[in-house]
Design a protein around this ligand. Structure first.
Ligand code: AFP
Length: 337
């Protein structure tokens, strides 16, 4: 009973104090995201009741329209952030173009990127899902935000984080001073610091990949996954396989327990020759977190955070997790692909 109880608000504020020039704008933006997360978490926890209270996307017993959870989460992020004067624009995985701040509201210094509910196909089967976010500084010179504010490489991110709606709801964020995890206490509605300064093991024991796609993998990936399954005491092989199919949950598990998540390029499918996951909404924010935790993220050839996006919804292969594991998969790709 001696551990300090630190709310996310206090933690963010204490981080802000290290920068005497900080205006508090950025701090407040993180508060807003934490509040949106609490509201989305509340709705996610009721998802199993949808059939009783009215199927999502249909009418409930009161004849009211019940919004689908991913639509709800998307709208919650927009409504929470469009009027605060902290943002110049937003970009959501759910929208084809950037979301401008309405003219009646002031324009701020930051650009917010989010994937409101990743893995949402898992909602119906009660499996963990997540939200991912990333914050950039406004770099465009016009009076409002522009595409340019979003097409910045990952190393320019001011902050990034995710929320995992699992057996409990957790928010993990970094503003470049370590990756910190908070667990939501639903009874008081507060995110409490539960995982300060997360460090991921340098080498993991787990690998996460959709093995149903084996047939489509390149030679390098096939050989690497085979290598992970081959017993070797020195490197702790064989690794155990864990794949949920919900990126935030798979990533979070490996971050804490050590391991590698992979979504390689799918060579056989002309619609996703560069992999399935998206640079801005998924790969870059998680890359910032994993690096702060001592891990790595790569597209198989270079660090994710060095890649300058060419478009909002650009997709790419992703290898992310424990440092030595990501180094190893890169070696296989270099040698065999
Ligand atoms: P959904 O949002 O359609 O469930 O997709 C989830 C996701 O983008 C990501 O969270 C998973 O890691 C990945 O797709 C799973 O993809 P596969 O089903 O192809 O393995």
């Amino acid at each position: 009973m001696t551990a300090q109880i630190i709310t996310i608000e206090r933690h963010i504020l204490e981080q802000q104090r290290r920068f005497p020039a900080a205006t508090g704008e950025f701090t407040n933006l993180l508060y807003d995201i934490a509040l949106a997360a609490k509201i989305i978490s509340r709705e996610v926890s009721k998802a199993g009741l949808a059939e009783i209270l009215g199927l999502t996307g249909e009418e409930n017993v009161q004849g009211e329209q019940v919004m689908k959870l991913d639509v709800f989460a998307n709208e919650m992020f927009i409504r929470m952030n469009d009027h605060t004067g902290r943002l110049c624009a937003m970009a959501s995985e759910e929208s084809a173009d950037i979301i401008p701040i309405p003219d009646r509201f002031p324009c701020g210094r930051y650009a917010l990127v989010f994937d409101p509910l990743d893995g949402s196909s898992n909602v119906d089967v009660n499996v963990s899902i997540g939200t991912i976010f990333s914050i950039h500084r406004k770099v465009s010179t016009g009076p409002r935000g522009a595409l340019e504010d979003f097409l910045q490489p990952g190393y320019e991110q001011a902050a990034a984080g995710y929320i995992v709606y699992g057996s409990s709801t957790m928010l993990v964020y970094t503003a470049g001073q370590g990756a910190h995890g908070f667990t939501l206490d639903p009874s008081v509605g507060e995110f409490l610091l539960s995982h300060p300064n997360i460090q991921t093991p340098p080498r993991g024991r787990y690998y996460s990949i959709n093995e149903g796609n084996t047939h489509y993998w390149s030679e390098g990936i096939r050989r690497y996954v085979d290598y992970l399954k081959t017993p070797d005491e020195a490197t702790g092989r064989p690794y155990s396989g864990r794949y949920i199919g919900s990126l935030v949950a798979d990533f979070h598990r490996n971050l804490l327990a050590g391991g590698i998540f992979m979504y390689p390029a799918d060579r056989q499918d002309p619609n996703k020759p560069y992999g399935k996951l998206r640079l801005l909404y998924e790969a870059a924010p998680l890359a910032f977190i994993v690096e702060q935790a001592g891990g790595r993220a790569s597209d198989g050839r270079q660090d994710i955070r060095r890649i300058r996006p060419e478009s909002l919804h650009q997709r790419l292969p992703l290898f992310i997790g424990s440092r030595e594991d990501v180094n190893e998969v890169e070696q296989f790709i270099r040698e065999f692909d």
